[in-house]
Write a protein that binds this ligand. Sequence first.
Ligand code: NZQ
Ligand code: ZN
Length: 388
Amino acid sequence: MKNFVYQNPTKIIFGQGTIQQIGKEIKKHGIQKVLMIYGGGSIFKNDVYDEVVNSLKEHGIEYVEVSGVQPNPVLSKVQEAIQKAKEENVDALLAIGGGSVYDTTKAVSIGCHYDGNVWDFYEGKEKPKSGMPFFGVLTISATASEMNAGSVITNEAENKKWSCGSPVMYPKVSIIDPSVQATLPPNQTANTAIDTMAHVFELYFDGTEDVDVLVEYSEGIIRSTMKHAKILLEDPTNYQSRAQLAWCATLGLNGSNGVGRSGGDWASHGIEHSLSVLYGVAHGAGLAIVFPAWMKYVYSYNIDMFERFAEQIFNITEGTKEEKALKGIEELKSFFSSLNAPVTLKEIGVKYEDLDRIADNAAMQAPHGAIKKLYREDILEILKIAYE
Ligand code: NZQ
Ligand code: ZN
């Protein structure tokens, strides 16, 4: 196990009926006025908007709003919200939504404390020194953005979907009421599970040795995620499964699973972000396509873990190490298909002749990966495996 420092300052309030606490939590920080940031309107259909607004009113907190954050959130919306936050003199931000809304809010937070272009942070030209405090009410679990310090934003003018992370970007408080996720369409529940599993995979397969507790912890998250995703596709209002899946998602990327490791692989995420920016595909769906293809390309660089994965997750015990590893990858792909997620590029309308363009986009940040460093030609090979 490697040395580490772990400090996650986000307070989590979890459970059914907890959204009404948001006003009290914000008030405790001496906040008078917030900018609420949300997406395309799901919060009006499941009463989350009313619950939040009633709680703010009850605690005498003024609010203004920016709506219309889209999945795969864009820089222009971040800039619109920074301007609004400055004009309205708010003293905090409030995200109401999923990863896209949280990531936008994080960008707004650091952008409000910076005179230059907030994209500088995503290009790595500057490091954020501080940010406006922000709070959140989570409505879809997947990214763990509610309890981590990362943000992924698309610069739509430059076709770059890039990330930024800093200890100043943790939410102060996040409320997770899993019951509001009962209104998610089935494909978004599938995306929850796939992204959660992908975060665990990025760490699990990164090649770090002597992290037994993290390996077992990862396998626990993977098994529970698979179990409850399957239940929810049949029974979307099953609260206990919503709750367990939601907490799996938070644990997947709140840092608790990453400590003591060498930092994760993250090549599949890097390649997926190019699919999202070029084709508008949802992050989880893109990962269902990229991850099995990446696994097929790199498994020989960490064959022991791929064998263990096949044994522990899919009970594959017959065959050589390599046969087991490959069988495990096929089983994973079948599991993603069973959630009705796309598992090939062809299924989302990518043309074979477009693979070069996707590889070019992903290669802007190459090399990707830890167990094998991936350059443009490697990425192209993975895309070919993912094609059909
Ligand atoms: O916009 P609305 O109308 O709210 O609809 C949303 C959106 O269309 C809908 N939705 C959310 N809660 C709902 C609901 N529909 C019905 N009922 C509810 N309770 O779900 C759709 C997807 O929302 P989004 O926020 O985009 O999903 P997710 O949480 O999966 O976030 C994905 C984004 O996060 C980034 C991804 O790249 C992607 O841009 N990531 C962020 C990370 C981080 N900050 O640590 C790490 C991840 O690896 C990931 O890259
Ligand atoms: Zn992810």
